[in-house]
Structure formats: C-alpha cells, structure tokens
Design a protein around this ligand. Structure first.
Ligand SMILES: C[S@@+](CC[C@H](N)C(=O)[O-])C[C@H]1O[C@@H](n2cnc3c(N)ncnc32)[C@H](O)[C@@H]1O
Length: 344
C-alpha cells in the first residue's frame, strides 16, 4: 500500500448540471457524484435522502442484477424490493445494496484519512465505496488468494482510482486481523464486518475488532437479518458501545464509542419494514419505532389466554414462524432456479 497522500480527490461541480465529478489524480477515472440526484440510479435502487451519492458501477463490468432465488441463504430478505446485485461469474453471493453502499460511503466520508478495516470484500463493491470515502483501507478475505478475485478486485479499485489506498490481504478473520494488528501495531477507526456469517464467527470477528479498534471508533455490520450476526452487535452493546440499526435490505448495524458519530439513515418509506426478534430492542435510525406488527397483536390476543409464555417469547415464536413460512414460500422458486441453472 502506498502513502495515502498520493490519493487526492479533486471535486469539480459542473456548472450546468451541478454534478460533481471526483477525479483521482493517478488514473483520472471519473465517478459521478451528485446530491439527491433523481434518476442517477436504476429503478429498484434506493438511497437515503441526505446522503452524498456515488456511482462506481462502471468500475464493476461484471456486476449484474441478481436473482434472489439463486441464493439459498435463509436470511436473505427476498421480499424487500430493492435491487440485489451480483457478479455474473459468481451469481449466488450478493453485494451490499445501493442504499447500504451509501451508508458505507457516507460513514467513510466522516473518517477520511483514517485507518479502516473490512472483513469480507467478495468482488470489492463495498471496499470500493469505503475507499471512495477516503479511508486508508485494509481488506481481509480468503477469496483474495484466488487469482480471479484478486485480479477482479484490484482492477475495479484501479478503475475507481482508489487502488493505492487499499491493502488487499488474503486470509481468514479473526486470525488474520490479529496478525495484521500485531505485526503493524495497527488500530482501526472504522471497521466493516461482512465475512463469515455463521455463529460463532461473527462474534469472534467482533471480539478481535474491539481489541484493535481505536478509542474513537465505529464498527458497521452487514446482514444483521441473521441472529448469528446479531450476536456481534449484542456483544458491543454489552461492552458499553452505543448501538443502532439501519433498516435496509439486509439490515445493517452500527456500534460506536468515543468522539465519533454514525450517519443518520432514512429507510425507504414505500416499504412495510419488519424487524426480527433479535433486533427488537435496538433503535432504528431515522424510523418511528412502530412497535410490533398489528397481525402479531391479533395473534397475541388469541393465544395468550392459553399459554404461560411471555409476550416477548410469543413474539420470538411468531417471528420465527413467519421466517420459516417465508422461506417455505420461497423454497420452490429457489429449487426451480437451481434446477434451471443446472439444466441450461
Ligand atoms: C457476502 S460476501 C461480502 C460482500 C461484500 N462485502 C460486498 O458487499 O461487496 C462475504 C465475504 O466474506 C468472506 N469471508 C468468509 N469467511 C471469512 C473470514 N473468516 N474472514 C474474512 N472473510 C471471510 C467471503 O469469502 C466473502 O467474500
């Protein structure tokens, strides 16, 4: 990784369109940035009002709209009508959504020039948004030991003009995080965790990250729709960190301590958002806390006289039942998609 000073952004507001173009001084790639621009993104993309926007799509030539039934992951929220982007060479794994990418970008803008860490980059979409925010980024992912991934991520970062500020490190968290932290005596101000999603991995990632976070630090999570990932946020809250969740396609979370502040996000108000039971006790950024869905209230009234279970236990059962119901509803499409893929 080269000296961060070589990475200088020049912002030029275009007089006619009010579009600011970011130019990176070593390869002059251009990425459109515009405040609250209508029609900047395709239908199905949502970005919270108030966010600075960035669109590095041209740096990811293999990025296509994914089919949510290509993934069999239980916690993929297939009912959220936001675009799910994938790499056409490996279509079963999704990128952070447009809105989520902007939470990363706008958070990184608050940490410009600081050291940041990402666990789990896949094809580099999230890393690119963090780096465009101006942080000096270490990225750890085992896939980076594969030529296809390393070359593809490097190429995208280069096109975006941020390659010089990103350090791609093949390896597994938490061991690799500890190794880098110790070897370079490194502490990170901003950390994004989107690596191995099954317990106890997310918790183990958080434990090492907390040890290697600066006193003023912020940690972002992706895929909080999974209770296994939620364990990491619970851990930080129990350790005294401030915490909050973002209602996005996969639900993001943020924990922070010291003299830093998270961005405020406005959830897409065209969607009837649900919060899974493991996140019910968290504040949702920018949302009126609407409480439990009305269907649950009817269910509660019907069932409570016949059970000794508490309302919280009943709500957990209700939500889990709903999750299983959704999944069984989606399962034929997931199977059909898998069969079609193998056939053609
Ligand atoms: C969902 S993908 C990340 C997507 C990416 N953040 C984006 O939105 O562009 C999850 C990534 O975590 C990586 N991963 C899995 N286990 C890991 C581990 N122990 N340490 C670091 N990364 C890991 C996978 O190789 C994969 O690339």
């Amino acid at each position: 990784m080269s000296d961060y000073n070589s990475h200088q952004k020049l912002q030029h507001p275009h007089p006619a369109t009010n579009i600011s173009v970011i130019k990176h001084n070593y390869n002059m790639s251009e990425i459109i940035v515009k405040e609250n621009a209508p029609n900047l993104f395709p239908n199905g993309d949502y970005v919270s009002p108030g966010f600075a926007t960035v669109k590095p799509d041209s740096c990811f030539p293999n990025m296509v709209l994914g089919n949510k039934y290509d993934s069999s992951w239980l916690y993929l929220r297939r009912d959220i009508p936001h675009n799910w982007y994938v790499d056409q060479r490996r279509h079963g794994v999704g990128f952070v959504s447009r809105d989520e990418a902007h939470i990363l970008y706008n958070t990184a803008l608050k940490f410009t020039g600081k050291k940041a860490l990402e666990i789990g980059c896949w094809m580099g979409w999230s890393a690119c948004h963090l780096a465009l925010g101006g942080v000096e980024l270490d990225v750890i992912d085992p896939m980076l030991s594969e030529q296809l991934f390393h070359e593809s991520v490097s190429d995208s970062l280069k096109r975006a003009g941020v390659q010089e500020s990103v350090n791609l490190i093949p390896g597994y968290s938490p061991a690799k995080v500890a190794e880098i932290g110790n070897k370079f005596n490194r502490k990170w101000s901003l950390i994004f965790i989107d690596g191995h999603h099954e317990a106890p991995a997310p918790l183990n990632d958080v434990i090492i990250c907390e040890q290697l976070a600066e006193d003023d630090a912020l940690i972002l999570f992706h895929d909080l729709s999974s209770p296994d990932v939620g364990q990491g946020l619970d851990y930080l809250r129990a350790k005294g960190w401030h915490t909050m969740v973002y209602q996005t396609m996969q639900i993001m979370g943020v924990a922070w301590r010291g003299n830093v502040e998270p961005v405020t996000h406005q959830p897409d108000n065209t969607i009837d958002w649900r919060l899974p039971p493991h996140l019910q006790s968290y504040t949702v950024s920018g949302a009126n806390q609407t409480g439990k869905p009305s269907q649950f209230t009817s269910f509660l009234q019907a069932i409570q006289p016949y059970t000794l279970l508490s309302e919280a236990q009943l709500f957990a059962l209700y939500s889990q039942g709903q999750q299983v119901y959704d999944y069984l509803f989606w399962l034929p499409k997931i199977l059909w998609q898998a069969i079609s893929r193998n056939k053609f």
